[in-house]
Design a protein. Sequence first.
Length: 175
Amino acid sequence: MSGGGATGPLPYRPNVGAALFDARGRVFVARRAGFPNAEGPPGGWQLPQGGIDAQEDPRAAVLRELAEEIGTDRAAIVGEHPAWLTYDLPPELLGRALGGRYRGQRQRWFALRFLGTDADIRLDRDPEPEFDAWRWTELGELPGLAVPFKRAIYEELARAFARFARPSPAPDPAR
């Protein structure tokens, strides 16, 4: 399938992505539920991401997506990638993935600092969870965890968000 049709090529789906960093500077990754070969690299693990609703601000969308996908929005936006990043679905997924309506995704990525505890992350809050496991990992490991068609984006995020992949200052107990 070429991705085209009587009306031309399929569009990109507007999307946000979250690179959620813990206090130690590690990034949150989650394993896709039902993904074949999810135990081994590459491809079963990814960063939270999701569609932007009509007229929704991307900053609001990324916090909403965190709440929907990982059960918490206990996070503060600390950075934003300056450009929209895109990826194309491989030919075998065109017409099947993303409801069959898109050629890939056009994504706005955010770096966020996690403000909660691990107990706040609840993959089971969604009746049909997207993820079945999660962990904290080093930012540099992201590209090796990604499906091949998302690898270039994860490489870019590892470069662009490297400044967030370090321990955050301890909170001031006087606050």
